[in-house]
Structure formats: C-alpha cells, structure tokens
Design a protein. Sequence first.
Length: 172
Amino acid sequence: MGMLKTSIRTQLLDELSPTAVFERLNRVLPAVKEDHMYATCTALRLTEMDSTDVLAVEYAIAAQPPILHFRADDGCIVRLADEQLPIGLLAEARYRSHTLQVKAKDLLLIATDGILDAENKNGESFGFARLEALMLKHQDAPLAEIADHIHATLHDSYQQSDDQSVLLIRCR
C-alpha cells in the first residue's frame, strides 16, 4: 500500500486524469507485487468552479463501492457506480472515467467496503441505506462531524473486519 501511495503521489505531479493514473499503475504494479495482490481505488480530479458555480468532477472507480452524490438542490442521493477491474489484477485492463457536475452545497461521499460490509450481531450489513440516511440527516454539518457520526454509528453496533475509511467533499 505504501508503494502504491507513493506511486500515485508521483503521478499527480504530471496532473494526469484518473484514467491515466489507473492505467500507469496497472502497467507498473504487476511487476512489483505477488500474483494474488491487487489494489482497489477511487480517484477524483476536481476543476475550478465555472461562472455558474458548477464544479466538474472527473472520477474513476476501480473495484470500489459507488460514490454517493448528495444533490442539495433536490435532496436526492445518487450512487455513482462503475464496474472496473482492480488495479494490478490484469496487465491489459483498460480504465475509463466519467464527469459529474457538482453544485453548491452538494456532498460527495466515498466509503470503503469495510464500512458497507460491517455486520451487526444479527449478521446485517451496515450497507448503503444506513450510510445514506446518515448523510441526509447530517447534510449541513461540518464534514468532520458527518464522518464522526458514521464512525460512531459503526462503533456502537457493527463489527469491524476491514478498513473503514470515508472521504467527504462539499462543494462551496
């Protein structure tokens, strides 16, 4: 993981698109890892807001859960999914990206599967419905508080069996 993070940081100096980053990593990773290893990743590239206060977000998802996009103007949450291979699994894999328009007060939430797959004592997964409910309930809270609410809810009733990371972005 450390090697992957370093490689990504180095590539960011070239201001590459998420697709180009994934494809470069996919060419390099197979040569420096064991056969059974691979990486999942979500990458975003944010542009400056235009004169209409719209932010273009280019995103690519390699074997990660969907990004949640809370649209402030209509109060809906949209799941942005894309089924692509993990990085480093097959050297010939090709990746694609998508562009999303984000407006003022919109939220983006990226969560690892360790959050979504965490189970309570009855074997029920935390899942998207609970994550979305927390996102809606705390939509106006500072981002750190939203993350704290998610982690507190998990800690209270769910068992951690994998990493539990969350990234929140609010468009201003």
